[in-house]
Design a protein around this ligand. Structure first.
Ligand code: HEM
Length: 157
């Protein structure tokens, strides 16, 4: 076993401020790319548009609609919006309100069959078509929901 390295002694014995962040890239607007995906795609407004478009599809879906709380569509819309905002680096309101996501556990009561998964993804794809994210973000978003939806499948009949 080796001894832990001793931290270098500094002159005043105080913590040094962090080094300024070096930025090598610029985004389309010319600003440095240091912000989150959440803000790059337009922040809350964009996520609200995604959630609303998604739920328009869900409410029309004969298999999925009955699984959702019929008297709380607004609440359900808020939950998916807040979750996605948080996931992509936005505010952590979801966590504050709902705690740790534990999504697989939260979906356990619902029959998420392969058919349900395909339907869910179809509505999310329609929502993403509607907001037209920049191509890289769009691809990242679709890739994420594809994997997340697969992980949510909990029945195979
Ligand atoms: C694969 C098919 C899926 C089905 C059939 C499904 C169905 C449902 C249903 C019925 C609810 C309850 C609605 C509510 O009260 O909020 C729900 C909640 C939720 N779902 Fe899904 N879901 C699916 C996939 C996903 C995926 C892929 C994600 C994340 C990327 C997700 C995120 C959420 C979130 C954040 C909630 C709210 C959880 C809470 O705080 O209670 N779902 N889902």
């Amino acid at each position: 076993m080796t001894d832990a390295p001793t931290p270098p002694a500094d002159a005043g014995g105080e913590q040094q401020p962090p080094a300024p962040r070096l930025t090598l890239r610029q985004g389309e607007t010319g600003h440095a790319v240091t912000d989150t995906v959440w803000s790059q795609v337009g922040g809350t407004e964009t996520f609200e548009r995604i959630a609303r478009a998604f739920y328009r599809g869900i409410r029309e879906d004969e298999v999925l609609a009955p699984m959702y709380p019929q008297d709380d569509w607004e609440g359900a819309t808020w939950r998916i919006q807040a979750f996605l905002e948080q996931y992509w680096g936005g505010p952590s309101a979801y966590q504050e309100e709902r705690g740790h996501p534990r999504l697989r556990m939260r979906h356990a009561p619902f029959p998420v069959t392969p058919d349900a998964k395909e339907r869910w993804l179809k509505h999310m794809h329609v929502a993403l078509d509607e907001v037209e994210l920049p191509p890289m973000h769009d691809a990242a978003f679709r890739d994420y929901i594809e994997r997340a939806a697969l992980a949510m499948v909990n029945r195979f009949e």
